[in-house]
Design a protein around this ligand. Structure first.
Ligand SMILES: NC(=O)c1ccc[n+]([C@@H]2O[C@H](COP(=O)([O-])OP(=O)(O)OC[C@H]3O[C@@H](n4cnc5c(N)ncnc54)[C@H](O)[C@@H]3O)[C@@H](O)[C@H]2O)c1
Length: 326
C-alpha cells in the first residue's frame, strides 16, 4: 500500500498507452508524483507530451526489459501495464515471451525497491469458464494451446502465479487487478484498442462493420475514467493488499457485440440502416471466443467502488471525442 505521509510516488510501465496515460493523468490530478516508461510500440507521444506539463511527472523512453531505475527514483508502488494483448492473427511466441519476461522484471524491481506491485491482469484469464458472473475465486478455463489467442491469458495467469509465489517466498507486496474491456477517449481506433474505436472509425467512413462469429458473444465494458478510479482505489485501499480484484462494469450492462456495433453505427448515422457483416472465426486461423464475459464486482464494491459512467453515456462521450479530434 502507499505510505500515509508525504507525496506518494507511483511508477507506471506502459505510461504512454491507453490506460497508462489516463491513469497517470488521474493520479497527477490527485496530487501523486508519477513516473513511467514506454517504448512507444503502441503508445502515444502526444499523451506523454500532455503529461510532461506536470512538474511531478517524469518519463523514460525505454523498453522495460532493458530499463534500470536511475539513482533516486524510488517509487512506493509500481503499476505494470506494459504488455502485448490477444494475438488474433498469430503472434503467440512474442506474446508469451514478452509478457512473461516483463512481469518477471517488474516483480524484481518491486522486491528491490520494496514497492507495492499493482499488476494488471485480464478478464481473459477466466477463459471459457461458464460460471457467470466471473468471481475472483471462479476456476480459470484457458482453452486449447493450439489456439494462439490463449497465449495472452496464459501469460497473464503466469504473472498472477509468479506474484503469489514471490509473495510467499520473498514477501512481495501486491494487488492484481483483472481488468475487463475498457473503452473511452484515448483508445486506439484499431483492433488493438478494442471494438468501439474500430466500429466508430468504420461507421464514420460509411464502411461495413465486421462482427466476429454470430455476434451474440457478450461483454461488460467499463469506461476509462472508472477504470483509473478503480486502479487508484486498489493502490490505496488496505483490503486490496494481496488480493485479486475484478475491475469491470455493471453486469446489467452486458451487451452483445452485434448490438454494440449497431449502437455505434446509429450514434454516427442515426437515419441509416447499419451495415454489418458477420465474419467467421475461421478467418483468424484457429480461434476460440468467449461467449459471455460478466464480472462479479462484490469484492471491489465492498471497497467503495461503483462504476459511474453507464454504457450509453460512455459511448456517446467517445463518439463526441472521436468526431471532434479526427
Ligand atoms: N484495454 C483493455 O480493455 C484491457 C483489458 C484487460 C487488460 N488490459 C491490460 O491493461 C494493460 C494496458 O492496456 P492498454 O489498453 O492501455 O494497452 P496499450 O497497448 O494501449 O498500452 C500498453 C503500453 O505499453 C507499452 N509497451 C509494451 N511493451 C513494452 C515494453 N516492453 N517496454 C516498454 N513499453 C512497452 C506500449 O507502447 C503501450 O504504450 C495491458 O497489460 C493489458 O493487458 C487492458
Amino acid at each position: 500500500m502507499l505510505p500515509d505521509r508525504g507525496t506518494p510516488h507511483v511508477f507506471i510501465t506502459g505510461v504512454a498507452g491507453f490506460i497508462g496515460s489516463a491513469l497517470a493523468q488521474h493520479l497527477l490530478g490527485a496530487g501523486f508524483k508519477v513516473s513511467g516508461l514506454d517504448n512507444f510500440s503502441y503508445g502515444s507521444r502526444e499523451q506523454v507530451q500532455n503529461l510532461l506539463k506536470y512538474p511531478e511527472f517524469q518519463f523514460f523512453e525505454a523498453d522495460l526489459e532493458a530499463f534500470t531505475f536511475p539513482r533516486g527514483c524510488k517509487p512506493d508502488a509500481i503499476v505494470h501495464l506494459a504488455s502485448l494483448k490477444i494475438p488474433r492473427y498469430g503472434n503467440a511466441l512474442n506474446t508469451l515471451q514478452h509478457n512473461t519476461a516483463g512481469v518477471e522484471r517488474v516483480c524484481q524491481w518491486s522486491l528491490e525497491h520494496q514497492a507495492h506491485l499493482l499488476f494488471t491482469s485480464t478478464s481473459d484469464v477466466y477463459g471459457l469458464s461458464t460460471v457467470i458472473p466471473f468471481h475472483e475465486e471462479s476456476p480459470t478455463a484457458i482453452g486449447n494451446p493450439a489456439v494462439p489467442r490463449w497465449s495472452y491469458a496464459l501469460s497473464k495467469l503466469y504473472g498472477e502465479h509468479l506474484i503469489h509465489a514471490l509473495a510467499e517466498a520473498k514477501g512481495l507486496r501486491f494487488t492484481i487487478a483483472r481488468l475487463f474491456g475498457t473503452y473511452g477517449p484515448g483508445q486506439r481506433y484499431d483492433w488493438w484498442g478494442g471494438p468501439q474505436g474500430v466500429f466508430l472509425r468504420l461507421a464514420a467512413a460509411g464502411e461495413t462493420l465486421e462482427v466476429h462469429g454470430d455476434g451474440q458473444q457478450t461483454r461488460c465494458f467499463i469506461y476509462i475514467s472508472d477504470t483509473v478510479k478503480a486502479l487508484q482505489l486498489l493502490l490505496e485501499h488496505p483490503a486490496a493488499k494481496g488480493q485479486i480484484v475484478n475491475v469491470g462494469a455493471f453486469p446489467d450492462e452486458e451487451i452483445s457485440m452485434l448490438n454494440l456495433a449497431k449502437m455505434l453505427w446509429t450514434s454516427i448515422r442515426p437515419n441509416e440502416e447499419a451495415r454489418i457483416k458477420l465474419v467467421p472465426y475461421s478467418q483468424f486461423g484457429r480461434y476460440e471466443d468467449v461467449q459471455r464475459r460478466v464480472p462479479d464486482l462484490q469484492k471491489i464494491s465492498a471497497m467503495g467502488f461503483l462504476p459511474e459512467v453507464r454504457l450509453n453515456e460512455g459511448l456517446m462521450r467517445l463518439r463526441d471525442y472521436y468526431l471532434s479530434t479526427r
